[in-house]
Design a protein around this ligand. Structure first.
Ligand code: GDP
Length: 202
């Protein structure tokens, strides 16, 4: 899918402030520093669309981007901040979980996982919650250009095996690098098919 236009629509500090929309939405979420902003920029083919930040935890809003005037790419705040207080973490979880569980036009939540490292508890817990809540999702393993093939395959298998302890089914999985653009074709084709399926269902 070629992205002809990509526009920042706005940000929301909580679920109630999310702009009403009839368009299909594709959301991106992952631990801070997983490579989410880089991936959004790569998919959109716009370098500055999502801010690539070296300071984990600075983006705490839901950001909406209108793509080709047809669908919305949603940048959810990164999870897993050591510096947050318990109260902030609870509020954050409520905000993101409300969006994921209640947003009617959400077509798919892409959960980003760092391919360089073994399964992290917070990623497994979050993905398990997504599965058990019935939210449509797919996994994207990021930064594949940085990982060694063998280690990467081991991390991906370990993640799936750990997830399988908590939930049934084989998750849809993409391998991706914002640097080499690996995975872009597959991800965008998946988005296109999700939009077509939504159209034919309505
Ligand atoms: P975010 O916090 O999840 O939005 O992550 P960023 O997109 O800001 O990326 C965090 C760091 O990882 C930055 O230094 C990026 O340049 C780097 N990074 C992100 N994606 C890739 C990738 O695919 N390959 C490599 N080598 N580095 C990446």
């Amino acid at each position: 899918m070629k992205i002809k236009t990509a526009e920042f629509v706005g940000s929301a500090p909580d679920f109630e402030s999310c702009p009403p929309s009839e368009l299909g939405e594709i959301a991106m979420i992952g631990r801070s520093n997983v490579g989410k902003s880089s991936l959004i920029n790569m998919l959109a083919e716009r370098n500055g669309l999502a801010r690539v930040s070296r300071t984990p935890g600075r983006t705490q809003l839901i950001n909406f981007f209108l793509m080709n005037g047809e669908w919305t790419l949603v940048d959810l705040p990164g999870y897993g901040f050591a510096k947050r207080s318990r109260e902030q973490t609870d509020k954050f979880n409520e905000f993101v979980s409300d969006y994921l569980a209640q947003r009617k036009n959400l077509l798919c939540a892409f959960i980003l996982i760092d391919s360089k490292i073994p399964p992290q508890k917070v990623d497994i817990e979050f993905t398990t919650w997504v599965v058990q809540t019935g939210i449509p999702f797919a996994l994207i393993f990021t930064k594949t250009d940085k990982a060694k093939d063998k280690g990467m395959a081991k991390n991906v298998e370990a993640f799936k095996a750990e997830l399988a302890k908590h939930c049934d089914g084989e998750p849809k999985t993409f391998m991706c690098s914002a640097k080499t653009r690996r995975g872009r074709g597959g991800i965008m084709e998946f988005v296109r098919q999700s939009l077509v399926a939504r159209k034919s269902a309505s």
